[in-house]
Each structure stands twice: as C-alpha cells, then as structure tokens.
Design a protein around this ligand. Sequence first.
Ligand code: NAI
Ligand code: MG
Length: 464
Amino acid sequence: MKAHDGMYIGGQWRPARGPDTIAVVNPADEQVIAHVPAGTADDVDDAVRAARGALPGWAATPPAERAARIAALRDVLVARADEIAETVTAELGSPLQLSQTVHAGVPVLVAGSYAELAASYSFEEKAGNSTVLLEPVGVVGAITPWNYPLHQVVAKVAPALAAGCTVVLKPAEDTPLTAQLFAEAVDEAGLPAGVFNLVTGLGPVAGQALAAHEDVDLVSFTGSTAIGRQIGATAGGAVKRVALELGGKSANVILPSADLAKAVKVGIANVMSNSGQTCSAWTRMLVHKDQYDEAVALARAAVAKYVPGERIGPLVSAKQQQRVRGYIERGVAEGARLVAGGPEAPRETGYYVSPTVFADVTPEMTIAQEEIFGPVVSLLKYEDEDDALRIANGTVYGLAGAVWAADEAEAAAFARRMDTGQVDINGGRFNPLAPFGGYKQSGVGRELGAHGLSEYLQTKSLQF
Ligand code: NAI
Ligand code: MG
C-alpha cells in the first residue's frame, strides 16, 4: 500500500521530526502493508502552529466560500471512493462491499451535509436588543478511532471547517493510511494551507501531546471511555472545550406486537456489520419471555449467514481479537448459554472472531454491561414493558438503541422513556443530519447535522 513518510502540515507533506514509525497490518492476513511516521510532541507543535496561523484567514472567509471548499472536498471523496474503500479494507479488514457503501459512502453524505449547512446556517442571531455572533471556537485537536476510519475523521473535520475552525488530526494508529488519503483529498480540494493538518502517531505520545497542547481550543475525541475520561480531565484542567464520543451498550427492544422475525434478523445484522466494531451497535437484544425461545432460534439461524472471511471480516488487530475472545470466555464462565460461535478463532490466519450469540443472559452479567466491540449479541428476557425499560436503561452507557412494535407510535412512546441519544424505530434509516452522541457515560456533545456544527461555535453578544 502507498504511504506518505511525512506529516501533512501547513499545506505540504513534511518529514517527521523523529525517526520512529508505525507498522500498518492487514488484519485479514496479518501482513505488514506499510509504515507511517510515529509523530512526537514536536510534530504536534508544528501542526498546531500551522493551524493557529491559518485560523484568522479561515475564520474570516465568508461561509459561502467555506461551503464551496467543503463541497470540493466531498467531490474528491466521490472521485477517489474506490481507492478509499480498498485502503479501508486493507487496514481495517472490512469486506470490500461494506467499505464501498459505508466506509467510503457515508463520509460523502456527511461532507455534503456540511457543505449545505455552512451555506445555510445563521452565524448571527437576534435576542431582544442584542445581536449574537456565532464564532469559531478556534484550533481543534481531533483524535479519532479506527472503527470507521474516514467517517470518524469527516464527522469532526467537516463541521469544524464549516464553523471556521482549523484542525489538527491525530488518527488511530491502526488506520493511518485512510487518514493520509483524506489529507490528500483536502489538498486536492484547495483548502488553504494550515486549515487542516495531519500528525500520525501513537495515542499516548502524539494523541496525548495534542490533547494537552495549550494552543488547542477544543479537543474532539472518539474512542474508549478510559481514554475519554483522561482527555476530559486534561481539557477541564486547561479550561478548554471538549467533545467525547465514547462507548455504548445499546438495547434492541422487541415489543410483543413487533414483527419478531424481522426485528431479530435486522438486529443480528446491525451487530455483525463491521464485525461488531460499532459504538452504537445494538448488542443487547431484549425479548418478551413468551417469544424468547423463538427469538433464540431465529437469532441462531440469522447469524449462520455471517461466514468469517466472506460476509464478515476480521477484527482490526490481535489486541481487539484477544479482548473480544476474553469477553466470550467470561460470558460462558458467568453462566450464559452459547447458541452460536464461541471463543475459538474460526480461521487460522487473520484476527477473526466467530459470530457469537448468547442466550440466558441476565442484566448484571459482564457481557450485558461492558462494551465488547466484536460480533457478539446477548439475548435477554423481559417480563413486561417496565421490566424491558429497566433492563434497557440499566447500564452506564446511553448511546443508541432500537425499538420494534406493530405501529410506530407504540415504539416511539417506549423510545421516549429510554436514556439514550439515538433510537431507531422499526429499523429506521441512517440520517446524516440526526445528532449523534451519548447520554450518561457514552459521552459529551453531539456530532452530525446542525447540532454537530454548533459544537465548534462560541457566542459573542453585542448589546444595542
Ligand atoms: P483508544 O481509546 O485507545 O483509541 C482511540 C484514539 O485515542 C486513537 O487515536 C488513539 O491513538 C488515541 N489515544 C489513545 N491513548 C491516548 C491518550 N493517552 N491521549 C490521547 N489520545 C489517545 O481505543 P482502542 O484501544 O483502539 O480500543 C479499545 C476499546 O475502545 C474498544 O474495544 C472499544 O470498546 C472502544 N472504542 C470505542 C470507539 C467508539 O467509536 N466510541 C472506537 C474505538 C474503540
Ligand atoms: Mg491494522
């Protein structure tokens, strides 16, 4: 795979300050496919300086012109979609079709939505005798994970650029090649030098330096709750803005009136997609006691279609594979019943995990409480609606969820009682304008749509 051996800073590829590199591994065959530089605090400092230098000019650029540059960026993402999909498949391991439709496709929708929002958003409001100006927060430090390597980047960079902010991105060490392609796209789209900068590197080194940098005004992080907590504390100590998109343990609530077969099938597909490496995945399926045995049989049949190496890819790394297999062993040890899959690796080579379904899972079990981040679904039994709600809301997380019922009003009434940031009603479709983010420990702040844009703005009131 093609890789740059430098950082994208101030509108050009520059040599890294230090000699260290990161090996990029294809998780399907465990081969090293490229090396990228492992940035240090010095690289981060160079990038923040470039972003700071570009800020006054970009913040003063009329929103319609910022919109035109974001639209140009979207067009480059469209033109290079095949290359993006192949790169994501090579470093993340997702099947090529998923890379094309989701990993390359969704960022086009999100970039497009911000091209439109930048042009249509009111960056000025009236409140009585005041005019309220909505101004860019400043220099943004974006730290992204590997699970959706391009989407996670675009969901931060596009609204930041629309708001008039400038950005330094530190992408995940497992998927830096997609981030380098994104930097190429920014360059091709003609964004002014320094508006977007890329530093590849390790989390505890480059990520830490970016989160702690005194000239960064806002840190936007997506990843594990443990690191999010740390970044939130660092940002709080420095009195800077922070947005955190963390883990989830979302419930798929199937009410007795629902189309059970459809709800189970879509629920299994939701978790198996991207090998379960989705923070909003509905990893807990809640079924009424009278329908439970039927749901278990339906789930077993549905999961059989996800053949490792065909419809479902490996996990991103050996570390994640180990982690997920550990959770499966823990589920067995705590008394859950395996109805499909298990801890054994389904293939000799590659970081694959067997698509796994657990029945007889009770709400307090580890596999019903902690984020597993792999192709593992737990089926839980409820007595009545209140019991279902208690179980659904009974974790520290609150990122997403689903409710199924015979009619939408019944499902929506239940969804209103859920402590979570997003709920899909009877399998609702993805909407790039819907705010995405967590209640409780799933995070702070929102991404996507107008709410995602407002994260990158601060207000100034003029009284007349
Ligand atoms: P992680 O939280 O360590 O990595 C996410 C990003 O944070 C990466 O860019 C990483 O380099 C950076 N980072 C790591 N340590 C840092 C530090 N001290 N300061 C600043 N940045 C730092 O997540 P990891 O280890 O890849 O995955 C572990 C678990 O996290 C997963 O099993 C899953 O449960 C959760 N996760 C959640 C995601 C989400 O979408 N909310 C995405 C990825 C992981
Ligand atoms: Mg890899």
